[in-house]
Design a protein around this ligand. Structure first.
Ligand code: GAL
Length: 420
């Protein structure tokens, strides 16, 4: 009832979208991840999206979204260092053209975790040559793909650094702090330079990264060490990147160690800010764990844990959006979603998070878009095929796509929030 009385606060040009990444839908034999996770050997083409993209793009039309975030699989475009696959470039151009035909605004992610194998072997991110290689790819993409205004250079750079260089669970599998700092410098240098390249070819481009933001809390509130960890994690994970876009300097400060300052050419190199938000993380000081930190998801507020054990914490979205608004730029929620086998859980998750966005808009935050993660069930990094984030269910035997209740609920939400 309350809903009907209040005027719709979502701007008419609000981007209602879904987000995907190429590798998670279609795999790629030339990517570093293809051989990283053994589960992919049994299902290298994952959902078969590379061949079925026309059918999958129709689902976007069926949903009624007006925006779609997807990534270009670099290893398909440049399977070898000296080879550009023009067929693959045309493939992605066709996706853009179909979207335009449906009046759906494309948003392209240039780098969503995967690298061509030749790049990973010869120029991993901690080597300075990585910059030149990524920028060649960027320039090739922006100079040939037509009809794209929204560009994300990197998906979740901090996740690349933490997984690949501190925990070592994702490529290149290192546990090396000096290398992680070099990789940080190189990745953000790439962003700064790619920002300029994109604007050179697409003068009205809107460029960002998609930054994973989380809410942190002390495991035990009474424990000063847990509280210290929470403060450090919140500063590093959520705020240091915002400050770096304002000043051009990253201040990396881990608990019990000296702060390191890293200069990067990214000051002001953002047109909007992309936020990926999923969950809250509780932290405990544990001297027997790596860097003295133990992470946990606790169901404190009774919203439950998802299929992959993440806490559902809608209030946290408001918190991170407030942090992001320090940049004084439009904000896009470039990812938000839940892994569940239960459609109704997906509906609830979506409703609760969109209610939070609505409240934030009423509080005056400049939010311009929401991209649900994700369109169809896919491959989840290190978790295989059972983390079902899709609005459409995929039967991995037959590859049949079927709508979940969350698909029609999203259509309803979009329609009801797109009218005056
Ligand atoms: C994000 C990532 C996506 C997807 C999602 C769900 O961090 O960008 O690729 O995997 O998490 O876990």
């Amino acid at each position: 009832m309350k809903e009907q009385k209040q005027k719709n606060i979502f701007p008419m040009d609000f981007q209602w979208g879904v987000a995907t990444s190429a590798f998670q839908l279609e795999g790629s034999p030339a990517a570093d991840w293809a051989t990283w996770d053994p589960v992919l050997a049994g299902n290298p083409a994952i959902t078969g999206h590379y061949g079925r993209f026309r059918e999958d793009l129709k689902l976007l039309k069926e949903l009624g979204v007006n925006a779609y975030r997807f990534s270009i699989e670099w290893s398909r475009i440049q399977p070898r260092e000296d080879t550009w696959d023009h067929g693959a470039i045309s493939h992605y151009q066709e996706i853009i053209d179909i979207l335009r035909g449906y009046n759906i605004e494309p948003m392209i992610t240039l780098h969503h975790f995967t690298n061509p194998r030749w790049f990973a072997e010869r120029y991993p991110w901690h080597r300075s040559k990585s910059i030149e290689k990524f920028l060649r790819f960027t320039e090739m993409m922006v100079s040939t793909l037509k009809g794209v205004r929204y560009w994300i250079t990197f998906n979740e750079p901090y996740v690349i650094l933490i997984g690949g260089y501190l925990e070592g669970c994702t490529p290149p599998g290192e546990q090396d702090v000096p290398h992680s700092l070099l990789a940080l410098k190189n990745i953000f240098t790439c962003h700064g330079k790619a920002y300029d390249i994109i604007h050179r070819y697409v003068p009205d481009a809107q460029v960002s990264i998609a930054h994973n933001m989380s809410v942190f809390a002390p495991w035990k509130k009474w424990n000063p060490l847990d509280r210290l960890l929470k403060k450090s994690a919140n500063y590093f994970y959520n705020h240091s990147i915002i400050t770096a876009f304002q000043t051009g300097i990253f201040i990396v400060k881990f608990p019990f160690s000296r702060a390191v300052e890293i200069e990067v050419p990214i000051k002001g190199k953002l047109d909007f800010f992309g936020v990926n938000y999923y969950t809250r993380i509780h932290l405990r000081f544990n001297p027997f764990k790596k860097m003295g930190v133990e992470l946990r998801h606790l169901d404190i507020d009774g919203h439950g844990l998802t299929n992959i054990g993440w806490e559902v914490h809608p209030r946290g979205l408001a918190k991170v959006l407030r942090y992001a608004s320090r940049l004084n730029l439009p904000i896009m929620i470039t990812e938000n979603g839940i892994a569940s086998h239960d459609s109704q859980e997906k509906v609830k998750y979506m409703k609760k998070h969109i209610d939070v966005i609505e409240k934030c808009l009423r509080d005056g935050l400049n939010i311009r878009g929401y991209f649900y993660w994700t369109l169809i069930d896919n491959y989840e990094w290190l978790l295989g095929f059972d983390a079902r984030f899709g609005l459409y269910h995929v039967d991995f035997e037959t590859l049949k796509r079927s709508p979940t209740a969350a698909a029609s609920y999203y259509t309803y939400l979009i329609q009801s929030r797109s009218s005056l």
